[in-house]
Design a protein around this ligand. Sequence first.
Ligand SMILES: Cc1ncc(COP(=O)(O)O)c(C=O)c1O
Length: 379
Amino acid sequence: MTQLDDYLTELGRDLVALRDAGLLRRLRLPRGIDFVSNDYLGLADDPRLREAMREALRTTPVGSGGSRLLRGHHALFERLEERLADFCQAEAALLFATGYAANVGLLQTLVGRDDLVLSDERNHASLIDGIRLSGAHKVLYRHNDLGALEAALALPREGRAFVVTESVFSMDGDLAPLPDLVALAEGHEALVIVDEAHATGLYGSRGSGRVEELGLRARVLATVHTGGKALGSAGAWVAGPAALRDVLINRARPFVFSTAPLPALAAALEAALDVIAAEPARRSEVHRKAALLRGALHRSGLPAPGESPIIPVIVGGNTAALTLQERLEAVGFDVRAIRPPTVPPGTARLRVTTRYPVSDADLVRFAAEVGRILADCAA
Ligand SMILES: Cc1ncc(COP(=O)(O)O)c(C=O)c1O
């Protein structure tokens, strides 16, 4: 057996182990009514975003041709970043290709080896990876538990302390207690970084997120916002002080060493900002629909925790979550089982998202089907 055969056999064994544990992932094409994507406002298919991209493509190259520090910078990015800063009421904003890149770049740049990072235990993988790359000492505090955070803030430290949290948790749909968290961090001279991936477009009178909604902008170091979720296209940006933007331009490795996004992305994001400004009712509708879906799931006997458009239907076992996914697909709904390591072991779930384009009737029908299938499986 060659080295290569040997290694491929080992990979094959790994896949079999994943399958046996109910943890094998396969790519599946979208099918059925969308109860899974992060396209909360229904902008991914909006004609205004399409048209903005088409128009940009008429006058700009398709590809950016290099990183922003080389020839990949473009007037469209400059204009967009000014608008993004204004949207977030921050001094400055810097666009990254993805939220993953933004989080990794931000944390790896700002946090030094001697610093202490206090990270909510349910933070997204991109935050975890950014903290890892920083080389700093990390303490995970119990999810949304301010007592645990306070205890961690009291730990001895050599450098600075950073508190890192999502504002709307991506797998649980609950909200970080931001005002108290920020006050606690201030009391312990710690800096706060907030990932607004699932809040951007959905919270605040301008729609930029929960930091804006709660009036906390001047008290946090940076926020991270994604363009691929409620804004309907792709990319992400960091919002914060101008000096922070300049440091990221110089030091954030995913920014410096990666090709800039397509210039036309900036046009799509600007069009999304226009829709968000012109149609605030879209986001209030999403919240109304989320309350309706939660109520309907409750009536089907499910706890449906959380407070945001993300509703976890926790079934526990990996195989049970897959079965529920398949049976819902058979009656026309697209939902996906979320399993460890994305969520803690024993908490496999459907992560159900509430979206503007889904009708009230479909929300009610979905909740009834979930209740019926789970009752059927329990019988
Ligand atoms: C909380 C959170 N942060 C960051 C990201 C990464 O964003 P992107 O998908 O743009 O890389 C995600 C995406 O799932 C997320 O849920």
